[in-house]
Structure formats: C-alpha cells, structure tokens
Design a protein. Structure first.
Length: 135
C-alpha cells in the first residue's frame, strides 16, 4: 500500500543514524518466509494506518501479537494500537494517499531519540555520503 515506502524510509533512518540493521517487508512478503523467525520478544515495527491495506496488515499484526512479538505500532486505528507495546497515534481523518507524510514522522523522531540516547550525533552519521554515483 501507500506506506510500503514509509517502512523503507524508517528502516533507512534507523540504519543511517542508529546503526540498526533492519529489513522492511510488505505484509505479503513477510508471511512468505520471515514469519518463521517470529517468537516471544521478536521486535517488529508496524506502519498500519486505516485504509485499503489495513485489514491485511492488521491480520499480520494480530498473528505476531499472538506469538508474543514485541510490537511498535504507528497507526490511527485503535485496534492496531492496542496490540503495540509502544504506540504512536497518527492524526485522524488523513486521506489514505497522504498517510505516508504523517506516518514517517514518528519513525524519524524515534531514530533521532534513539541516536541521542546512544550518544550518537544524528547530524553526522559515520560513513554517510551525500552524493551517490550511478554505475
């Protein structure tokens, strides 16, 4: 859905400034194989605002909750937020196509706060290059 790219952006920020190796997935791709890794305390971040993909993503969230996963949930839906150990409430009534603009902010702020908590400078991450070259 619209927030597939949001998951990638949050994972990128956490890798760039907190040095956490994360892998974003669509709900369909995660069910295909990585779900086998899920057990108690397995960490997972869900971007699950209401909209056309809510039902599918929520079903995966529920399944991981039943397995005892440690869930961080970014949503405007109470049912999804109730499953999270950590919850970020999104503003209500945002058109689905605009939800990436609101859903990415909690992830960016989380990366900032984690960097600060670890004594890292989020404005000067190691090995970051401002220009990429296409080969």
């Amino acid at each position: 859905g619209y927030n597939y790219a949001t998951a990638f952006e949050i994972a990128l920020k956490l890798a760039e400034i907190v040095y956490l190796p994360l892998q974003p997935y669509s709900s369909a791709d995660f069910r295909h194989g990585p779900f086998a890794l899920v057990e108690a305390n397995f960490p997972a971040l869900f971007v699950v605002p209401g909209g056309s993909t809510f039902g599918d993503v929520f079903n995966l969230l529920e399944a991981m909750h039943r397995c005892g996963a440690d869930l961080l949930v970014i949503s405007d839906e109470v049912a999804a937020l109730e499953r999270g150990a950590v919850r970020f409430l999104l503003p209500p009534d945002v058109p689905e196509w605009l939800t990436p603009l609101t859903a990415v902010v909690p992830g960016q702020l989380m990366a900032l706060r984690l960097a600060e908590a670890r004594g890292l400078d989020p404005d000067s991450p190691r090995s970051l290059q401002k220009v990429t070259k296409t080969i």
